[in-house]
Design a protein around this ligand. Structure first.
Ligand SMILES: [Zn+2]
Length: 351
């Protein structure tokens, strides 16, 4: 949502609370005590009461805002900033925009949003055809050497999976349906984009996971949990991915020789490379040394936004990316706690 539209829709805390209450009711709530679904709303105390058993609970219970002391306006403003601006935003910037004295609640709020983005995207699997690759992101961790905390830098492996298909195949599908005008438009848009980017595949949804190591046994459960078994996978034939045919319908490895590498990347594995480059440079723009434990939430944010890239600044409220995030906020809680990361944040150069 554009900033001017946000300020019109949500001029104050009250308007945010009203909207969030409506979102919760529209998604459907179940009383934790008696499992009924009718509630009274007490505006002054911001409390729902079960119409059957009388059980009361606050507006934010069972949501990402649970137990937060920040006003709902801050959560809404931040949700809009994170969804309407393409780049990754630093908590320092949001702290400045909201004129907050303390950094930690703002950092925590943004990390919780990133956490629930990952939880939401874990609800579905990729299918049909996927590119799979392992890339490396520069990270840091604090290690204790002779009683002293030392920052160690390393490269963390990241499993990148992109649902993509050859443009030719999609065009053939569209051309078989050309009696419907929307397919003519889709075919034309796809051709234009493929030509502009000079790549031969079109991408749908993506997933990225920060890995403790790059061994097949470590990677395998992540692939099994995020890709349907009837999927065809394309990889660069790396030794850690060679056994993929055990868990997927088909695995087509393309060995990367020095001579072939450019053509293979462009024609067979374009999206895992584009995604990795874009995501890594987005994180590096605000972090000098990212703690490796923060990497997954940032990957979550990148994937969540990428998978909903057509909804950014959508003119219909209910389809707007901001509204997607607020609905997710109403349905998921986060376990991220400031105290678990306090030492790292204070020692590392995190923005
Ligand atoms: Zn009840």
């Amino acid at each position: 949502m554009l900033l001017k539209d946000f300020f019109n829709r949500f001029p104050d805390d009250e308007s945010c609370i009203d909207y969030f209450k409506d979102v919760r009711l529209s998604l459907g709530m179940i009383c934790p005590k008696c499992s009924r679904t009718n509630f009274k709303w007490y505006k002054g105390s911001r409390i729902f009461q079960c119409a059957t058993c009388g059980y009361r609970f606050p507006l934010t219970k069972g949501t990402v805002m649970e137990k937060s002391h920040l006003p709902m306006y801050d959560w809404f403003f931040t949700a809009n900033m994170m969804t309407s601006i393409k780049q990754v935003l630093s908590a320092k910037e949001i702290q400045h925009q909201l004129e907050k004295k303390y950094y930690s609640p703002v950092w925590l709020m943004m990390m919780k949003y990133r956490d629930i983005m990952g939880k939401r995207d874990a609800m579905y699997k990729l299918s049909d055809e996927v590119e799979i690759d392992i890339s490396f992101f520069p990270t840091s961790s604090i290690v204790n050497v002779d009683g002293e905390d030392v920052i160690k830098t390393q490269k963390t492996p990241v499993l990148v999976i992109a649902e993509s298909k050859p443009v030719d195949g999609i065009l053939a599908e569209y051309f078989s349906k050309l009696t419907m005008p929307e397919y003519i438009n889709r075919a034309s848009a796809l051709l234009q984009k493929a030509e502009k980017m000079n790549i031969k595949k079109a991408v749908q949804c993506i997933k990225m996971y920060s890995m403790p190591n790059q061994q097949y046994e470590t990677i395998r459960p992540y692939i099994e949990g995020s890709v349907s078994s009837d999927t065809k996978a394309v990889t660069d034939g790396g030794h850690n991915l060679i056994k993929l045919k055990e868990i997927l319908k088909e695995h087509k490895p393309y060995p990367e020789t020095e001579d072939e590498i450019h053509e293979v990347v462009k024609s067979k594995l374009p999206w895992v490379h584009i995604i990795t480059g874009e995501c890594r440079s987005g994180i590096e723009a605000i972090h000098k040394d990212i703690d490796e434990r923060f990497l997954q939430p940032y990957l979550n944010e990148y994937c969540w936004k990428f998978n909903r890239r057509f909804f950014r600044d959508c003119k219909k409220d209910k389809y707007d990316l901001f509204d997607h995030l607020i609905r997710t906020a109403a349905q998921y809680t986060s376990d991220i706690k400031w105290r678990d990361y306090e030492k790292a944040i204070n020692s590392l150069n995190v923005y």
